[in-house]
Design a protein around this ligand. Structure first.
Ligand SMILES: Nc1ncnc2c1ncn2[C@@H]1O[C@H](COP(=O)(O)OP(=O)(O)OP(=O)(O)O)[C@@H](O)[C@H]1O
Ligand SMILES: [Mg+2]
Length: 472
């Protein structure tokens, strides 16, 4: 910054202005000296003439110098981030006016360019933030130069400028990173377990160098792929196959046991034969229900990414299911009361929605205590309650509540009710038949429709609330 004390008449004292005036006046000074020595001019007149020359040179150079001084201040203020100033419009010299115009146009150009670059940097950062997998950029000194949102979330901190070794203390990772940073390898991959994490997720990590033409300070990019989810999915599939085969093996072994008994010990026992055949029939229908449900589940999984297109009348479906359940209701002395709101048709998969309502109303009848009332109520509400695992649809929605009295289901059991093959011990003990797949089918279908299923159980009253959006 220029200090006011360093100026004289608007000219910087250190600018060499006086020297320049003196140097410019030397030729004239020499002429006056010679004229004086040759007695052509008297010494006082020669000195006076020289002083006049000095004065005119000063007057001539002063405006340019002061205006250059102003321009210097102006450039300094622009470079310190100030926007263009209008003060410089009072310049009198053409050269300084042209110079200022050139500076202004250069400034405008750089401001525009910086704006474009800033926007691009922001949008690049936003794009990186949308990536589901953590990603970070490292410089030669192992410092993090940039990290996307997933990476910041993973390490629960702002990583910028910090040493990567503070976050990942894994010897294999560090030696691999050194290899890449020291240019011994262009890309390295390894499995990494972050011990700082509560659930110990396992990552597949890729460390790659940046191509030379894109290099700034960044030397390497580290991307993390969550193996935890993939391993969990694999485990779930293995469990599912194991459970399904176990569920099928049990009735099969019962049937083959009875066949053997009928062929040997009970060969001529008519009474035992009838009893065994009845059990065998029960087991076969259980097996066919199981196979049907398993096929249903795999069909729903196939349809999960296809948006449904049917126009579905929810109240109509409930009425049909109710009349199909009449016999069972009578058998258990149950009453099924319905209260319908005026509902528009919803856009959904008619077959699948029928399956959901059938499974839930069937459950209500199956698990209600005898001589009680089951209630089914429909309503139109404004939004679907949030789901922890997926994003529900927005906008108006149909709510179907199905309640029955019976056991109070504990919180732990409520959380596991939609798991495949999960059944309450009370119902297994009472020998109520079921595959344990009905609710998991229903919840998968509801997920496909981006709706929600909320189950509550209090004072012996269990309520299943199904939310289905009017349209997806
Ligand atoms: N309305 C309900 N009241 C009380 N418990 C219920 C109710 N609905 C389901 N359950 C419990 O949840 C378990 C799982 O239900 P789900 O419908 O998935 O299987 P299921 O009824 O046993 O067999 P499936 O539906 O294949 O015949 C049931 O076994 C039962 O213990
Ligand atoms: Mg069921």
């Amino acid at each position: 910054m220029i200090n006011q004390d360093d100026e004289f008449l608007g000219v910087d004292k250190n600018s060499g202005f006086a020297l320049r005036v003196i140097i410019l006046s030397i030729p004239a000074g020499l002429i006056f000296l010679i004229l004086g020595l040759c007695d052509i001019l008297s010494t006082p007149l020669a000195a006076l003439s020289y002083i006049c020359i000095l004065f005119f040179n000063t007057v001539f150079l002063m405006p340019i110098s002061t205006e250059l001084q102003q321009i210097k201040k102006y450039i300094l203020s622009l470079s310190s981030g100030a926007s263009e100033e209008k003060e410089l419009s009072n310049l009198t010299e053409k050269e300084t006016r042209d110079l200022t115009a050139a500076i202004n146009s250069m400034h405008k150009f750089w401001v525009a360019k910086t704006g474009t670059l800033e926007n691009r940097t922001l949008s690049d950062a936003a794009v990186l933030d949308t990536l589901p997998d953590p990603l970070m950029m490292i410089n030669q000194s192992y410092n993090v130069i940039g990290a996307n949102l997933a990476a910041r979330r993973l390490f629960e901190t702002d990583l910028n400028g910090k040493d990567i070794k503070n976050f990942i203390q894994d010897t294999k990772f560090n030696t691999t990173l050194s290899k890449v940073l020291n240019n011994e390898s262009k890309q390295e991959e390894l499995n990494l377990c972050l011990s700082t994490q509560k659930e110990k997720p396992k990552f597949y990590v890729r460390i790659s160098t940046i191509p030379w033409f894109a290099k700034g300070e960044i030397v390497a990019v580290i991307s993390f792929y969550d193996l935890h989810k993939a391993l969990q999915l694999e485990q779930m599939q293995q469990d599912f196959v194991a459970n399904a085969s176990h569920e099928l093996r049990t009735p099969l072994s019962i049937i083959s046991g009875f066949i053997e008994t009928l062929q040997t010990t009970a060969k001529d026992d008519e009474k035992a034969r009838d009893k065994f055949l009845h059990i065998m029939q029960e087991q076969t229908s259980y097996m066919s229900a199981l196979i049907e449900n398993l096929l249903s589940l795999s069909k729903i999984e196939l349809s999960i990414n296809t948006p449904p297109e049917d126009k579905v009348n929810i109240n109509g479906i409930i009425r049909e299911i109710k009349s199909a359940l009449e016999i069972k209701l009578k058998e258990h002395h149950l009453e099924l009361s319905t209260r319908f709101a005026r509902l528009p048709h919803i856009i959904a998969d008619e077959h699948q929605i029928t399956q959901v309502l059938q499974n839930l109303m069937d459950n209500a009848v199956k698990y209600a205590s005898d001589n009680s009332v089951i209630s089914v109520i429909t309503a139109k509400i404004n939004e679907i309650p949030k789901n922890r695992y997926y994003e529900v649809a927005e906008g108006e929605t149909v709510e179907i509540s199905i309640s029955n009295s019976g056991v109070t289901i504990s919180k732990e059991d409520l959380n596991r009710l939609t798991e495949r093959f999960y059944r309450l011990q009370e119902h297994k003990n009472k020998n109520i038949k079921g595959t344990g797949l009905g609710l998991s089918i229903a919840s998968q279908i509801i997920k496909r429709h981006r709706g929600n299923l909320i189950i509550t159980s209090e004072n012996g009253l269990t309520t299943f609330k199904i939310y289905l959006p009017l349209k997806l």
